[in-house]
Write a protein that binds this ligand. Structure first.
Ligand code: ATR
Length: 274
C-alpha cells in the first residue's frame, strides 16, 4: 500500500494540495496517496485521530485549523514554535510532530523563483494575524536591512514586532505611520481583500524596482497588486508560488526528497487563468 497523506481544512473541496502533491509524487517517483479531508470546525482533533487509525503518515493543515494543530502536537519544530501555528503534521511512533513550512515557502518563492534576494532589503509586512506571524522568522533569516510590520490595529503590529525582537530589531505600527517611508519589498499578509477592502497605503511606499508580493492569489491580478502597481511598485507577484513551495517543503519533511516545483507552478498558473 502506498503511504497515505492528506490536507485538513474547512472548507477543503477547492484545495489545490492534492493535485500539487500528486504531481510531486509522480515527478519524484515517490509512492504515496494524498487526499483532502473536511474536518468539522469543532472536530479537528477527532479527524486527525481517525486519519492516524486509517494509517496516515502525515498531513497538511489549512484554514481554520493551524493554531489548533499547533496545540495538538507533542513536538514542534523551531519554526512551528515561532510561528505559533502548524501546517505540516508527521505521525510517527505514536506521536504527532508539528512543523510550519509557510515561511520557508514564501522565502523560496521570493528569493528563488522570483530571484529577489532578501539580504540588505527594507521589508514591509502588512498584517499582524496568523499569516504574518508565520513568515517573520524566515524573512529575518534572510538578513534584510529592516523589517517593519504595519497593521490596521497598530497595537497588534507592535506586539508582533516585539515577539521577534530577540532575532533582529523589528518595527511595528499603523498604516498612517508609513507616510514618508519607502520599502524594497512589500508583502500583503492581510485578509482585507476577502471583505473587498483596499489598504490605506500612503503614496511613495514602493521604492523603484520594489517587489509587491501578495500572499493571496486568484484568477487575475489581486486587488492589492492592482493597488501596488498603481502606486509604482516595479514588480508584482501573487502567492501561488508560495502555495507550491510550502507544499514542496512539506513533501521534503515527509519524504526527504525535494520535488521540482517549476512545472507544477506553471501548470497551476494555467489552470487558474483558464
Ligand atoms: P490570517 O490567519 O489570515 O492572518 P487573521 O489572524 O484573522 O487571519 O488576521 C487577519 C489580518 O488581516 C489582520 O492583520 C487584520 O487586521 P486587524 O488585526 O486590524 O484585524 C487584517 N485585516 C483583515 N481585514 C482587513 C481590512 N479590511 N483592512 C485592513 N486589514 C485587514
Amino acid at each position: 500500500m502506498s503511504d497515505l497523506y492528506c490536507v485538513f481544512g474547512n472548507p477543503i473541496a477547492h484545495s489545490r494540495s492534492p493535485a500539487i502533491h500528486a504531481a510531486f509524487a509522480a515527478a519524484s517517483g515517490e509512492d504515496l496517496r494524498y487526499e483532502a479531508r473536511l474536518a468539522p470546525v469543532d472536530g479537528f482533533a477527532a479527524a486527525v485521530a481517525e486519519f492516524i487509525v486509517d494509517g496516515g503518515k502525515g498531513a497538511n493543515v489549512t484554514v481554520p485549523f493551524k493554531e489548533e494543530a499547533y496545540r495538538l502536537c507533542d513536538r514542534l519544530s523551531e519554526r512551528a514554535a515561532r510561528a505559533g501555528a502548524v501546517n505540516t503534521l508527521v505521525f510517527r511512533n505514536g506521536g504527532i510532530a508539528g512543523d510550519n513550512t509557510d515561511g520557508a515557502g514564501l522565502v523560496r518563492d521570493i528569493a528563488g523563483n522570483l530571484d529577489f534576494a532578501l539580504a540588505g532589503r527594507r521589508i514591509l509586512l502588512l498584517g499582524a494575524g496568523g499569516a504574518a506571524r508565520g513568515v517573520i522568522a524566515p524573512l529575518l533569516a534572510g538578513t534584510p536591512a529592516s523589517l517593519h510590520i504595519a497593521n490596521r490595529s497598530a497595537d497588534k503590529a507592535q506586539q508582533l514586532a516585539a515577539a521577534f525582537s530577540d532575532i533582529a530589531p523589528v518595527g511595528g505600527g499603523s498604516f498612517a505611520e508609513l507616510a514618508g517611508r519607502s520599502f524594497d519589498l512589500v508583502i500583503n499578509a492581510t485578509s482585507a481583500s476577502l471583505s473587498g477592502d483596499t489598504l490605506p497605503l500612503p503614496a511613495g511606499l514602493f521604492a523603484p524596482e520594489s517587489l509587491a508580493y501578495d500572499m493571496m492569489y486568484g484568477k487575475g491580478e489581486t486587488p492589492f497588486l492592482q493597488q501596488a502597481r498603481g502606486q509604482g511598485a516595479g514588480r508584482c507577484a501573487d502567492g501561488l508560488g508560495m502555495l507550491v513551495e510550502q507544499a514542496a517543503e512539506a513533501f521534503f519533511v515527509w519524504r526527504g526528497v525535494r520535488p521540482q516545483t517549476a512545472g507544477v507552478l506553471a501548470d497551476l498558473r494555467r489552470q487558474i487563468a483558464g
